[in-house]
Ligand binder design. Structure first.
Ligand SMILES: NC(=O)c1ccc[n+]([C@@H]2O[C@H](COP(=O)([O-])OP(=O)(O)OC[C@H]3O[C@@H](n4cnc5c(N)ncnc54)[C@H](OP(=O)(O)O)[C@@H]3O)[C@@H](O)[C@H]2O)c1
Length: 263
């Protein structure tokens, strides 16, 4: 791949016909919408999540879709599932780690068990999938791993003491992966969504600004992969606002965030 200043950071992915995609954490929400969008583009897809009615409902819903139940917090189960997912696909071209959990938590409800759960699902779960697929991807010297972070990982926001740090860590992890895997010919992308209407955010008791549908999120992700972007963030008006806020000195940032959120 060309390494010029304006060259894409990843090999652009535009033709999905016959490509094999493993979507981990995709029985609902953004991952589910991504499965639909990829299937519509001709990809072969394996969807994983814990056993549930949603996962059972997906099985058999499309001839190019397979399901594979797993819990990302169980490293041994993920290691066993990875070759099974590969066997269900023509090739392993893309692995997307979108399994996630979110419980709003501030200092008044500080709870170590909740925090630990966030690290187990959001961060360690991602590492477990990576550990299971990286040897294969490195050996074939092609393919793409996609980490799903969040704009909540840019800088601290209220009630995100459990969720926010896991997403900040995932952003750092994806940057480190790209640094080392891009020279080997592998793609690495980081998806940082703003608010998307999914079961994860249904618990929010405030009006979510710039709320998108899972279908809009999936289209933004496909567009980012087609451009060869590293970071795919959306909706742009919201994610750029948070990026700009994140550049402010601490005093200004905190004053604005308190005013905007009422925290
Ligand atoms: N929605 C938003 O506004 C938003 C914003 C920024 C980032 N994100 C991120 O986007 C990703 C997808 O979230 P979403 O909004 O689409 O939420 P969602 O609809 O709740 O989807 C989460 C998926 O992860 C699966 N999952 C959860 N725990 C798992 C585990 N231990 N093992 C395997 N699968 C597991 C869920 O299925 P089971 O529970 O049945 O296993 C489900 O398929 C998450 O990483 C989230 O942090 C979402």
């Amino acid at each position: 791949m060309a390494m010029g200043l304006w060259a894409p950071l990843n090999p652009p992915l535009r033709d999905w016909h016959g490509r094999g995609v493993w979507l981990v954490g995709a029985s609902t929400g953004i991952g589910r919408a991504l499965a639909d969008a990829l299937l519509a583009q001709g990809a072969q897809v394996v969807v994983s999540a814990r056993p549930s009615a949603a996962l059972v409902g997906l099985a058999g819903s499309h001839p190019a879709l397979r399901t594979l139940a797993l819990d990302v917090t169980d490293a041994a189960a993920v290691a066993l599932a990875a070759p099974q997912a590969q066997a269900l696909l023509p090739r392993l071209d893309m692995v997307v780690m979108c399994a996630g959990t979110y419980t709003p938590m501030g200092v008044s409800d500080f709870d170590l068990a909740v925090i630990r759960r966030h690290w187990e699902v959001n961060y360690l779960g991602t590492l477990h999938v990576l550990a299971a697929v990286l040897p294969r991807l490195r050996a074939q010297a092609s393919g793409h791993v996609c980490v799903v972070g969040s704009v909540a990982g840019y800088r601290a926001l209220p009630k995100a003491l459990a969720y926010g740090p896991t997403k900040a860590a995932l952003i750092h992890l994806a940057q480190g992966l790209h640094l080392e895997l891009a020279p080997l010919g592998l793609g690495v992308s980081l998806v940082n969504p703003g608010f998307v209407a999914t079961p994860l955010t249904a618990q929010n008791d405030f009006t979510m600004p710039a709320l998108q549908t899972p279908t809009q999120a999936a289209q933004a992700i496909l567009a980012g992969w087609a451009r060869g972007d590293f970071e795919i963030h959306f909706p742009r008006r919201f994610s750029y606002t948070l990026k700009a806020l994140g550049c402010l000195p601490m005093r200004g940032y905190e004053a604005l965030v308190r005013r905007i959120t009422g925290a």
